[in-house]
Ligand binder design. Sequence first.
Ligand code: NAD
Length: 271
Amino acid sequence: MTIRIGVAGAAGRMGRMLLQAVSDSDLDVALVAATVRPGSELAGGDVSSLVGNKSQGVALSDDLAAVLSDLDVLIDFTPPEAALVHAKLCGEQGVALVSGTTGFSPEQAQAFDAATEGVALCCSANFSTGVNLAYKLLAQAAAVLGAEADVEIAESHHRHKVDAPSGTALAMGEVVASARGVALAEVAALDRAQRSGPRAAGSIGFSVTRAGDIVGDHTVVFATPGERLEITHKASSRMAFARGAVRAAHWVAGREPGRYDMQDVLGLKES
Ligand code: NAD
């Protein structure tokens, strides 16, 4: 059965990639709706105005509520405020959701969880296959190297990114903290400029670069006396995230309501 997909925020950096990824996918998926921000002058035009393909017969809409009932699943990579509105609509209409938005405040995250309680939801701070595999490697490294390893996480992104550290860097920190049996909030060192003195034992340090058009680099360093292990992932195109999100949409459509992530989609929780 063809899975009917809608893309929210179609004019965004990720939105355009998603339109292309749905169109190029080998999976049995079809684009049936694409939305832009309310009042956008793009509304009413064909999606081809965004991806440069020949007409796909899908008009851009600035009213998600009006097109949602046509969908099996919505893919949403919009800013937190919009993503929250979209999540509420999906919750009300029982439409499955793939959400890639990062940078929710704690209150927004709570409201998002409440709004999506009754739907099949696939959420991930990073939909690339490589990063999700890296999470597995990080858990293994943290378990083997133990608490004596100093862990530092460095990430680099393009100059437009608004949240810092990235959702992926924080997720990597969560993986390491959880393998050590501690809460990340208790051990994260987010801003050393505010605090002098030697490195706190057991802390997980974060550093952030924002420059140019870097798509997304993450390195986790485990340093012990005499050696250093570094696990690095570099995304060279947003297509890596878009392809993963389309795979997630195909996987989550028709599933029981619940909260899933890319590890479920890739079967990494079973191994
Ligand atoms: P962007 O600013 O390029 O795109 C966001 C788009 O959403 C814009 O075109 C904006 O006009 C549109 N928008 C805003 N409100 C809207 C509304 N109510 N309805 C429809 N469209 C609306 O941002 P981006 O770089 O594409 O990133 C978007 C989000 O995705 C960010 O939170 C980013 O961190 C996240 N992201 C996640 C992953 C992942 O794998 N999870 C990968 C890349 C980016």
